[in-house]
Design a protein. Structure first.
Length: 139
């Protein structure tokens, strides 16, 4: 496996990442239109240059404690095939290059949300949970 890059971001004190090839762009939060009867993790819809896309609250999706809006919140716009979704995160950190030896399997016994974690990236400073975008979008 060749090295690849991920966009890293935080939810609270934890670090997460998504493959950069699935990231369309990163934007500042814009007004979200509420959708009645949507699942609790769906914040609503945003208008992104004429395209209406759903926004997922990753904290709720991963069963983490809620946090108020902060000045560093961002929406990571990701895509899978022809599906485009915004992921609401606490802050975007960096782009990190991942090599095969940095990857570890998802450990057994994680709390709720383990189905959304693909692998764990081990860096010198921390562990980064690599998210499974298809599972996040399709479940």
């Amino acid at each position: 496996m060749e090295a690849f890059q991920i966009v890293t971001f935080s939810l609270g004190t934890e670090a997460y990442g998504v493959p950069i090839e699935q990231v369309q762009e990163i934007i500042r939060p814009s007004p979200v239109t509420y959708i009645p009867y949507a699942p609790p993790h769906v914040l609503g819809l945003i208008n992104l240059r004429g395209n209406v896309i759903p926004v997922i609250d990753l904290r709720r999706r991963l069963s983490l404690d809620p946090q108020g809006d902060g000045k560093y919140n961002r929406i990571i716009v990701v895509y899978l095939d022809d599906i485009v979704v915004g992921l609401w995160v606490d802050a975007v950190s960096a782009v990190t290059t991942v090599r095969e030896e940095m990857l570890a399997d998802n450990p057994e016994g994680l709390s709720v949300g383990e189905q959304f974690i693909d692998k764990v990236v081990k860096t010198d400073e921390r562990l980064i949970a690599l998210l499974n975008i298809p599972a996040l979008i399709q479940h």
